[in-house]
Ligand binder design. Sequence first.
Ligand SMILES: C[S@@+](CC[C@H](N)C(=O)[O-])C[C@H]1O[C@@H](n2cnc3c(N)ncnc32)[C@H](O)[C@@H]1O
Length: 183
Amino acid sequence: MIKRPIQLSHDFLAEVLDKNSTAVDATMGNGNDTAFLANFAKKVYAFDVQKQALQKTKQRLDSLNITNAELILDGHQNLEQYIKEPIRAAIFNLGYLPNADKSIITKADTTLLAITKILKQLEAGGRVAIMIYYGHTGGKQEKDAVLNFVSQLDQKQYTAMLYQPLNQMNKPPFLIMVEKLLN
Ligand SMILES: C[S@@+](CC[C@H](N)C(=O)[O-])C[C@H]1O[C@@H](n2cnc3c(N)ncnc32)[C@H](O)[C@@H]1O
């Protein structure tokens, strides 16, 4: 069956991760992506601004015996305070956390700041996956800002791709993939 965007995001990142590499889950939420990345990377740094996200993720990681993830209660826009080494792969799942406070959403300005900082710290050959959810209030503005930013990346340094359902109702999420070619 054709891959859903979220499945493709995982495959895209797993291809470049190994047990020497650092990965980032920029939007921890319930920890799905943190747990996934931890299986392939040496270390995962996971960020969220909600305590609830850290609690849920910690429970999930404990139940899976995953010990190579650092859970950080801070915005992804501050990542350089925590990550000093080069990054091989990173994921963003934008929007709000399902079944939680829908007013806590990722926002264009901080999202772009975090993407910029991650791209700077990304190894050559490293990849970033950005899942865009835009059905909620504020979502369209963030979607447009991210698409605009990524579309303007220098093609000599980055390859940027879009993977988007075309015939589904209700604004389904889509995936932006970025690979760094050169430092
Ligand atoms: C769509 S959810 C993430 C879902 C998650 N990947 C999962 O597997 O469950 C988006 C998350 O981003 C978080 N968030 C909002 N602003 C943030 C920021 N500036 N830095 C880090 N996380 C943020 C929200 O609290 C929310 O948990």
